[in-house]
Design a protein around this ligand. Structure first.
Ligand SMILES: NC(=O)c1ccc[n+]([C@@H]2O[C@H](COP(=O)([O-])OP(=O)(O)OC[C@H]3O[C@@H](n4cnc5c(N)ncnc54)[C@H](OP(=O)(O)O)[C@@H]3O)[C@@H](O)[C@H]2O)c1
Length: 290
């Protein structure tokens, strides 16, 4: 199976790259934003006319949540137009499509982990554009999945874990918000889930039980809990002080609660999901051995 990975130099794309040796049935085409812009129809045409692709994992996205509040057109371009382009191409060439979305499609007013069937109501530009991208997949008859995830981190690229470790080494104290609750997700675990779904699909449809799925690591944390765990596991002597969201103002509003219910993906695809602290331990030990 020939698999195109778009946005290949981001957190998730990099984790997929690191796993290729475990998936010898899959032949990968990794394309970063400068090799293949998902908004550029001409580039897409040239690529798909010269390569036979059976599956696409779309890791390309406009992910700057705060910047998106001002940069609306660019966020829409990538997260809406770009996704629609990939949906149309997947239909045309009969390819499977795995598209990644976000917990930020929810407004966070619940206190029960969100299921795939729960109503969405994004509270920022990023979440709105990601919702439109989801709809392109859901409203088409492509053999595609939307996998919503949350709070991604990785040993690659810039992310919360690496930022906390770096700041913690240089400061005695850091303030981190305690009133936003979700589930941290090791991008490597999500990458494995995507690849296992494709690897096991063979000739079968991946969307036979529905197109919408949730995936994050097991368990629940606030950003404060997450930061405390990073310092503890990383053996960094930095005091973490809990603060309220109102004391750390950002341009974009974020949901106060965005825990995802993962029962569907576990049942339909037999995926086992690690507890967030166990995956965090794996990621930090990988970082320490780099
Ligand atoms: N990070 C999180 O906490 C989080 C949480 C929930 C959901 N998600 C979703 O998970 C998915 C993967 O996120 P990630 O954390 O891996 O994001 P990331 O590290 O920001 O990577 C996204 C990649 O997309 C590329 N890209 C941007 N515009 C593009 C375009 N027009 N054509 C092709 N590539 C383009 C970027 O390249 P450049 O850097 O060169 O622009 C970047 O390498 C995204 O769909 C995101 O919305 C992320």
């Amino acid at each position: 199976m020939n698999v195109l990975v778009t946005g290949a130099n981001g957190l998730l794309g990099s984790e997929i790259k690191s796993l290729t040796d475990h998936f010898t049935n899959l032949k990968f085409f990794f394309k970063g934003s400068s090799d293949l812009n998902i908004c550029n129809l001409k580039e897409l045409d040239v690529f798909f006319n010269s390569n036979k692709i059976d599956s696409i994992i779309n890791c390309a996205a406009y992910t700057a949540v705060d910047k998106a509040e001002e940069d609306i057109l660019n966020a829409k371009k990538v997260n809406e137009e770009g996704v629609l382009n990939l949906v149309n191409i997947s239909k045309k060439i009969n390819a499977k499509l795995i598209h990644i979305s976000t917990d930020y499609v929810f407004n966070g007013e619940s206190f029960i982990p969100y299921k795939e069937i729960d109503g969405v109501s994004p509270i920022g530009v990023y979440g709105n554009t990601k919702r439109e991208g989801e709809l392109s997949v859901l409203n088409s008859d492509v053999d595609g999945l939307v996998i919503r995830t949350s709070w991604l981190y990785s040993s690659y690229g810039n992310n919360f874990v690496k930022t906390m470790l770096r700041l913690g080494e240089n400061r005695d104290e850091l303030s981190v918000i305690f009133d936003q609750v979700g589930s941290p997700t090791y991008a490597r675990d999500l990458a494995l889930a995507c690849l296992n779904i494709l690897d096991n699909s063979e000739e079968n449809k991946i969307s036979s039980n529905g197109k919408m799925y949730h995936f994050s690591n097991e368990g629940v944390a606030s950003w404060y809990d997450f930061a405390k765990a990073i310092m503890f596991i990383g053996d960094v002597k930095c005091n973490v002080k809990p603060i309220e969201t109102k004391d750390y103002p950002t341009p974009a509003k974020r949901p106060h609660f965005s825990v995802l219910n993962k029962t569907k993906i576990k049942n339909d695809f037999g995926i086992e999901i690690p507890y967030w602290r166990d995956s965090l331990t794996d990621c930090i030990s990988k970082l320490k051995n780099k």
